[in-house]
Every structure is written in structure tokens, then in C-alpha cells.
Design a protein. Structure first.
Length: 272
């Protein structure tokens, strides 16, 4: 069994005495792509922020988050890059996109010229056509979908071993969505892990080998994606699969990820 790239043990989040996320325990192995599904308000974004060390003010956290030894053991900032649900808050409106992308690249040892070239390449991988034109632009000069892709490029530039993508394709047209999903798939080859948060079950099924399902701050079901699609147990998961099936989207689970969990295990509903 490969060592986990990320181990979360009893992660609990609260605000002013209100429990928002009840103790969660899960892990991901290197190269694994895991979907985090769940109803609106179930705690997905707060969990994502906790993993990236970017919890909003006023949220208290308990439990432990440990990153694997493959990219340097330890926990904390820098181990997980976060593509935020709200791209506008992730970027500095006063600094051109190219310069923002260059910051992590320069820290990683790129020369100034190479950082600009890599920044353009990452924008292209995130689905931006003619990326050189975007480098000098400010966030206020980008559409919502372009902003989202700039955030994806920024997360890729961080080169973290774990990428947490919080609804990264919501503002994108179908063609660009496919480009981004393919980029996320490519990104995870070579041992990097992806936690993909989405309401789009078809996208999750095409990208991820395993899924966690949250409801009301708890993981209520988890297992291989194929089993979850074939035999959902928890009532929320049943509704999710039924709704996606009705919409006619093909729900084929991906099995190509490195470190994919064994398919023999059946999806398990977790007692709340
Ligand atoms: N900064 C905050 N302070 C207090 N409560 C918060 C804060 N952010 C989120 N919450 C609450 O925590 C709960 C979980 O929110 P979260 O944003 O993680 O849900 P989510 O599953 O990501 O929802 P969605 O799918 O709509 O993005 C909700 O009840 C929300 O109101």
C-alpha cells in the first residue's frame, strides 16, 4: 500500500461554538484523484481551506493534517495549493497576472525570463488562448471564466504535492471545462494528488477514482467512484446519482490514476 500523500485525522471546524465540520478522517495516496461531493453548505469549502492552511478568520480547527514524505514531510502551508471557489479573492487586483504567477515560479528557482515563459505555458494549460496577451493584464480586465483559469494557473505554479480544487470549472463553458479537467488529470500524473470539489458528478466521475460524500459537516459515504455510481448507499448520494442520470450525462468512473484505490471495495455509507 503506497504511503499517504495526505492524512487527515479528526479534522473538526467550528465558529463561535457552532460545529461546522464534525471530526473527519480520510487520506489520499500519491497520484490519487479524489472527489469531494456534497450538498451546498455541507462543509466542503471549509475543509478545502483547512487543508491549504487558509481558514477564514473566526474558524477554529482541531485534529491533524499531515502531508506525505514524498515531497517533504510535515504539515502546514505550502503543501497543498488551493483553487478557490471565488477566484477574485485569490488574486491581487493591483499586480499583473504574469507577475503574480512569477512569484512562486521565481521562488522555485526559475529565472525571470523562464518564469514568464512558464507562466504563459501554465495559463495555456488552464485553457487560456493566447496566454502572452494575459500576462500584463490586471484581474479587473478579466472575465469571470478567465479569472478562474488564472487561479488554476496560479495553483499549478505553486507546484504543491496536493492540489485542492474547489469547484474549479463552474464559470467555464463546456469546451474549456474539458481542457481544465484534462489539465488536472495530467497534473496528477507523476505522484501529485488532487482533491476535486464539485457538484458536477459527471465531471467527478470522469476525473476521480474515489469519492467522499459530505452532508451537514460529516463524511456520510466514501468509496471507489465506480461503486458509488453503481450502488450509492446514503440517501444524498442516491439523489445525486439519480439526478445526474436523469440529466443524461455519461457517468463513467475513471480508473487510470496512479495509486487508485482497489476496485473490489464497495462504497460504504458512514453512520452520521
Ligand atoms: N467564515 C465563516 N464563518 C462562519 N461560518 C461559515 C464560514 N464559512 C462557511 N461557514 C458555514 O460553514 C458551513 C459549511 O460551509 P462551506 O462553505 O464549507 O460549504 P460547502 O459545502 O462548500 O458549500 P457550497 O457547495 O455551497 O460551496 C455552512 O453552514 C456555512 O454557512
Amino acid at each position: 500500500m503506497p504511503a499517504p500523500a495526505l492524512s487527515v485525522t479528526d479534522l473538526a471546524l467550528s465558529s463561535g461554538g457552532r460545529q461546522l465540520v464534525h471530526p473527519l478522517t480520510f487520506s489520499m495516496v500519491a497520484g490519487e484523484r479524489v472527489a469531494l461531493l456534497g450538498a451546498s453548505g455541507s462543509g466542503k469549502s471549509l475543509t478545502a481551506a483547512a487543508l491549504a492552511g487558509q481558514l477564514p478568520e473566526g474558524i477554529s480547527a482541531g485534529g491533524t493534517i499531515t502531508f506525505g514524505a514524498g515531497f517533504g514531510a510535515g504539515s502546514g502551508k505550502g503543501q497543498a495549493a488551493l483553487i478557490r471557489q471565488d477566484p477574485a479573492t485569490a488574486l491581487n487586483p493591483l499586480v499583473p497576472i504574469g507577475r503574480q504567477l512569477a512569484i512562486p515560479l521565481r521562488s522555485a528557482g526559475y529565472s525571470r525570463a523562464d518564469a514568464q515563459a512558464e507562466a504563459a505555458r501554465l495559463l495555456a494549460r488552464a485553457g487560456i488562448g493566447e496566454p502572452a496577451k494575459f500576462l500584463p493584464r490586471y484581474t479587473g480586465q478579466l472575465s469571470g471564466g478567465q479569472l478562474q483559469r488564472a487561479c488554476i494557473a496560479l495553483a499549478l505554479a505553486c507546484g504543491a504535492p496536493v492540489l485542492v480544487a474547489d469547484e474549479p470549472t463552474t464559470a467555464l463553458d463546456a469546451v474549456t471545462q474539458n481542457t481544465v479537467l484534462e489539465t488536472l488529470r495530467m497534473w496528477s500524473t507523476g505522484g501529485r494528488s488532487l482533491l476535486f470539489i464539485t457538484h458536477d458528478l459527471a465531471a467527478a466521475a470522469s476525473l476521480c477514482t474515489r469519492a467522499l460524500v459530505m452532508e451537514a459537516g460529516r463524511i456520510v459515504e466514501q468509496g471507489p467512484m465506480a461503486d458509488l455510481l453503481r450502488n450509492p448507499r446514503h440517501p444524498y448520494t442516491v439523489r445525486l446519482v439519480q439526478a445526474a442520470s436523469r440529466s443524461g450525462e455519461p457517468l463513467a468512473a475513471d480508473s487510470s490514476a496512479e495509486g487508485a484505490a482497489p476496485r473490489s471495495a464497495t462504497a460504504t455509507a458512514v453512520a452520521a
